[in-house]
Design a protein around this ligand. Structure first.
Ligand code: FAD
Ligand code: NAI
Length: 466
C-alpha cells in the first residue's frame, strides 16, 4: 500500500496530524502498537488523571466543605474500585471516539509496532500476528514518551510505581512517598491525599513545580500542605527498596545526612523520556540525540526531509496540546501551506485544586533575560465569586513590559485557572497590553475578574476591589 502520509503513533500529536492530513486530501495511514488509540494522553495520562482528580475532589469536598455549605452527609466512604471503573469508562469512551474519527476521515488504521525498513517504507509487526509493509511519501514519527527513572529507584510497578500504575491502584495507600514534586507528583499526590493517604514529597529542587513561576510553587505548596502532605525539598533519593509489604526510601538531606522513610507505595515522577524503541531509526538514516530525542528543524523536519517528528519525542514541553499543534503544523507543511506555532504561548496547566495555569515568561525568566517588567497581582479572596464558592486560595500574577505595558506572562493559581488561562493566551496572541485587558468588560461575578484586576494593578496600581 502506498500513502501520502504514514503516522507512527496515535497519541494527541499523531491522531490530530493524521486527521488534518486527511482533511487536506492526503491519503493517510496511522500505526499504533497498542489495541487502543489515543496514546499516553487518552489511555494513561491526561484523561484518566483528570477523571480521578474530579472523583477525589468530589469526595474531598463532600467530607470537608459540604457541611459549611449546609449539606449534611452521613457514612461517607470511598469505593475505589468503582472510582477506577468510572475512570476506565471515561478512557474507553474517549479512545473509541478516536477510532470513530479515523473512520470518519478515511484514515487506514494499523495495529502493531511500526519500524523503518528504509526512509520510505515501514513494516508493521501486527498485533493480530504477521507482518505488513506499507510505504509513504511522507512519514510522521509521533511515538511519544515513557516514564523516566534512575538506577537508585528501580521500578517494580507493584510498590515502586509510575503514573500508569498509580491510575489503577486497588487500595488507597496508607503512605505514598512521591519522588519528584513536578506535575505528575502534584496531581496524583492530590488524588491520593484527598482520598485519605499520607503523602510525602521528596524533591531535588527547592519547591513544587520548580520550572513554573516561583510564586505558583509557593502557593501550590500551601494548598497541598492543607491536604496533610509533607515536603522534603533539596533532598536527594539514594536508594529505594521494596521489602514486600513496604517500600523503604533512603534520602540524603541538604546537610548530607541520610534519613529513611517507609511507605506502602513509592510513586516515581521524575520526568518522562522520549520513546523510540523498536522504530529502527537507523534504517531511515536517523538517530536520536544525547537525550534520546529525535532532532528536528523549525519545520519539524528531521535530517531526512520527508520524515517529520512531533510531540514528546522531540524538543519542547511534553504537553498534549503542544503535540496537537505540531500535528496540524506538519500536515499543513506537507500540503504546501505556511503554518506557524507560537511556542511561547503554549499554556501550561496543573490540575490540582486550586488549579495552576500559566502562559508566557516566568518572573525568573524575565530577570535572567534582563527585561524590564512590572508585576500586577490580585488575590482570589478579594472576589465575591470566590467567596461564594469558598475558593479563596490563590492569585493572578500578571507580568507586563515596563515600557510598553505588553503582557509578557500570566500566572494563575486559583479556581478554574485551567479555563481562565485561555483569555490570557488570546490576549497575548494579539499582543495586548495590561491596560487593554483592564478596559475589557468582564462578567460579574466571575473568577475572570481577578485577571482584569491584576491587569489594573499592573497598569497603574488601580485595582477596584483591593
Ligand atoms: P503519546 O501520547 O505518548 O503517543 C505515542 C503513541 O505512539 C503511543 O500510543 C505509543 O503506543 C505509540 N507508539 C510508540 N512507538 C510505536 C511504534 N514503533 N509503532 C506504533 N506505535 C508506537 N498533557 C497535557 O497537555 N495535559 C494533561 O493534563 C496531561 N496530563 C498527563 C498526565 C499523566 C499522568 C501523564 C503521564 C502525561 C500527561 N500529559 C498531559 C502529557 C501528555 O500525555 C503527552 O504530552 C502527550 O500524550 C504526548 O503526545 P504524543 O502524541 O507526542 O505521544
Ligand atoms: P516534571 O518534569 O514535571 O517533574 C519532575 C520533578 O522531579 C521535578 O520537579 C524535578 O526537580 C524532580 N526530580 C527529578 N529528579 C529527581 C530526583 N532524583 N529526586 C527528586 N526529585 C527529582 O515530570 P513529571 O511530573 O514526571 O511529568 C512528566 C511530564 O508529563 C511533565 O513534564 C509534563 O510535561 C507531563 N504532564 C503534564 C501534565 C499536565 O499538563 N497537567 C500532567 C502530568 C504530566
Amino acid at each position: 500500500m502506498e500513502y501520502d502520509v504514514i503516522v507512527i503513533g496515535s497519541g494527541p500529536g499523531g491522531y490530530t496530524g493524521a486527521i488534518r492530513c486527511a482533511q487536506l486530501g492526503l491519503k493517510t495511514a496511522i500505526i499504533e502498537k497498542y489495541n487502543t488509540l489515543g496514546g499516553t494522553c487518552l489511555n494513561v495520562g491526561c484523561i484518566p488523571s483528570k477523571a480521578l482528580l474530579d472523583s477525589s475532589e468530589h469526595f474531598f469536598n463532600a467530607s470537608h466543605t459540604f457541611a459549611e455549605h449546609g449539606i449534611k452527609l452521613d457514612h461517607l466512604a470511598v469505593d475505589l474500585p468503582q472510582m477506577i471503573t468510572r475512570k476506565q469508562d471515561v478512557v474507553d469512551q474517549t479512545t473509541k471516539g478516536i477510532v470513530f474519527l479515523m473512520k470518519k476521515n478515511k484514515i487506514d488504521t494499523y495495529y502493531g509496532v511500526g519500524s523503518f525498513v528504509d526512509a520510505h517504507t515501514v513494516k508493521i509487526a501486527k498485533t493480530e500476528g504477521g507482518e505488513e509493509t506499507i510505504s509513504g511519501k511522507n512519514i510522521i514519527i509521533a511515538t511519544g514518551s515513557k516514564p523516566m527513572s534512575f538506577p537508585s529507584m528501580p521500578l517494580d510497578k507493584k510498590r515502586v510505581i509510575t503514573s500508569t500504575e498509580a491510575l489503577k491502584l486497588t487500595e488507597i495507600p496508607k503512605h505514598m512517598i512521591i519522588i519528584g514534586a513536578g506535575v505528575i507528583g502534584a496531581e496524583l499526590g492530590s488524588v491520593y491525599a484527598r482520598l485519605g493517604a499520607k503523602v510525602s514529597f521528596v524533591e531535588f529542587a527547592d519547591s513544587m513545580i520548580p520550572t513554573m513561576d516561583k510564586t505558583m510553587g509557593k502557593e501550590l505548596q500551601k494548598a497541598v500542605k492543607k491536604l496533610g502532605a509533607d515536603f522534603y525539598f533539596n533532598h536527594k533519593v539514594t536508594k529505594v527498596e521494596n521489602t514486600g509489604s513496604e517500600v523503604v526510601v533512603s534520602v540524603e538531606t541538604p546537610k548530607g545526612e541520610t534519613i529513611t522513610m517507609t511507605g506502602d507505595y513509592c510513586l516515581v515522577s521524575v520526568g518522562r523520556k522520549p520513546y523510540t524503541d523498536g522504530l529502527n531509526l537507523e534504517a531511515a538514516g536517523l538517530a536520536v540525540d544525547g537525550r534520546g530525542k529525535i532532532e528536528v528543524d523549525d519545520h519539524l523536519q528531521t535530517k531526512v526531509p520527508h520524515i517529520y517528528a512531533l510531540g514528546d519525542v522531540i524538543r519542547g514541553a511534553m504537553l498534549a496540546h503542544k503535540a496537537e499543534e505540531e500535528g496540524v503544523f506538519i500536515a499543513e507543511t506537507i500540503a504546501g501551506q505556511k503554518p506557524h506555532v507560537n511556542y511561547l504561548l503554549i499554556p501550561n496547566v496543573v490540575y490540582t485544586w486550586p488549579e495552576v495555569a500559566a502562559v508566557g515568561y516566568t518572573e525568573e525568566e524575565l530577570k535572567n533575560k534582563g527585561m524590564a517588567y512590572k508585576v500586577g497581582s490580585f488575590p482570589f479572596k478579594a472576589l465575591g465569586r470566590a467567596r461564594a464558592s469558598m475558593d479563596i486560595d490563590g492569585l493572578v500574577k500578571v507580568l507586563a513590559d515596563k515600557e510598553t505595558d505588553e503582557l509578557l506572562g500570566v500566572h494563575i493559581i486559583g479556581p478554574r485557572a485551567a479555563d481562565m488561562i485561555a483569555e490570557a493566551v488570546m490576549a497575548m496572541e494579539f499582543r495586548a497590553s495590561a491596560e487593554d485587558v483592564s478596559r475589557i468588560s468582564h462578567a460579574h461575578p466571575t473568577y475572570t475578574e481577578a485577571f482584569k484586576e491584576a491587569c489594573l494593578v499592573a497598569t497603574d496600581n488601580r485595582a477596584i476591589n483591593m
